[in-house]
Design a protein around this ligand. Structure first.
Ligand code: NAD
Length: 359
């Protein structure tokens, strides 16, 4: 049954396909840009050279210092680079870290952003930026940081190693899974969520089997876009809060943390949201959402235990404490003992707790 809901479409133009990098110059000009500063990481300088060539006369310069967690010192260096080349817009090419730098610059200067994502993190579809200052990560939600235009080019994702594609893809699935039970869930976002999960669950094993499978890479990027829209459109809950806390407190890698925690967070919430779980199960083709996602991560060869990505056992209690302080909305009330149990399972790499049948 469809109840009442509010749905707000975020104003962002999307160009999707293979070889779409070639439209970068036209897209910059469409935004009124004349001098574009390209942002990327040192690892992706080669790709950004192709972007420079595609930008032609609107290419103003390159800043390849983007790094994880958007430290303000890096943003300040990028601001100086913008000034030095008199840039009037930025083009970010890379994963969530590079997109974050573009957003941080837009927040400070109001410049237009053309974003060219090369992972499945989904940041390009959200008006949210996380920034780090003196070791503290804070999050800002501001319409000014939403990129004006996004170019998805499948070709650029072919170099994303299969292991990163796996965890980044499950990171995307996490956005859609929580969107299905969000407090402000709505039928349109839920359609995108289910379709995004379906596309990724089908594509990721194919990429793991053959990393240059273009059809699978296309389907994965399409799914990632849909999941990114979910993240930008509705509120997240326990899973995202846990990953934010674990990542920030123990300096754990973003996508891998999401991959490990997701089955456990869903197992915790499952009794409260059987309809959402049924939709996730259907999308991944499994009898149970959390068990199915655990099996998917295992099949993709992803790490399954927080202890294997650097979390100390002594941190389990602290993480549980942090997860229940500053309460936030979640479909199932936050119970410290049960949350501690789920973190302990995720730490050890155990299967998610079996769900009691909901009557
Ligand atoms: P990332 O951007 O840190 O990229 C990981 C590494 O992969 C980098 O070295 C990068 O250069 C490399 N890489 C990326 N694409 C590649 C490709 N196609 N080929 C070869 N190498 C490639 O990782 P991520 O998981 O995309 O982003 C994580 C960050 O994004 C976190 O800081 C997270 O908080 C943030 N994020 C923010 C939002 C938001 O809405 N604000 C959403 C999701 C993620």
């Amino acid at each position: 049954m469809i109840g009442s809901f509010t749905f707000e479409n975020l104003p962002c133009r999307v160009v999707f396909g293979s070889g779409t990098l070639a439209s970068a110059k036209a897209e910059v000009e469409r935004l009124g840009g004349k001098r574009a500063l390209v942002l990327t990481t040192p690892q992706q300088e080669a790709q950004s050279k192709s972007l420079g060539a595609a930008l032609g006369s609107v290419y103003a310069g390159l800043f390849s210092g983007a790094t994880m967690h958007t430290p303000v010192e890096v943003t300040e260096r990028a601001l100086a680079a913008m000034k030095a080349c008199e840039a009037d817009c930025v083009v970010s090419l890379g994963g969530g870290s590079t997109t974050g730098l573009g957003k941080a610059l837009a927040l400070r200067t109001g410049v237009n952003q053309l974003c060219i994502p090369t992972t499945y993190a989904g940041s390009e579809m959200t008006p949210i930026v996380g920034q780090t200052e003196n070791g503290l990560k804070t999050t800002v939600r501001d319409a000014a940081v939403l990129p004006e235009t996004v170019i998805y080019d499948v070709e650029l994702t072919l170099t994303l190693p299969a292991s990163l594609a796996a965890t980044s893809g499950i990171n995307a699935i996490a956005h859609a899974a929580e969107a299905l039970y969000a407090r402000d869930a709505n039928p349109v976002t839920s359609l995108m969520a289910e379709e995004g999960i379906r596309a990724l669950a089908r594509a990721l094993p194919a990429i793991a089997a053959r990393s240059d499978d273009r059809e699978a890479r296309t389907e994965a990027l399409y799914g990632a876009w849909l999941c990114g829209v979910c993240l930008g459109t509705v509120g997240m809950a326990l899973h995202h809060k846990l990953c934010h806390t674990l990542g920030g407190t123990f300096d754990l890698p973003h996508a891998e943390t999401h991959t490990i925690v997701l089955p456990h967070a869903l197992a915790y919430n499952a009794p409260a949201v059987p309809d959402a779980m049924a939709r996730i199960s259907r999308a991944i083709g499994a009898a149970d959402a959390s068990q199915g996602l655990y099996d998917l991560a295992k099949r993709l060869g992803a790490k399954l235990a927080l202890r294997d990505i650097g979390m100390p056992e002594s941190g389990i209690g602290k993480a549980a404490d942090l997860a229940v302080t500053n309460p936030y909305w979640n479909p199932r009330p936050l119970e410290r003992a049960a949350i501690r149990d789920l973190i302990a399972r995720a730490w050890a790499g155990e299967r998610p707790a079996a769900i009691k049948a909901v009557t």
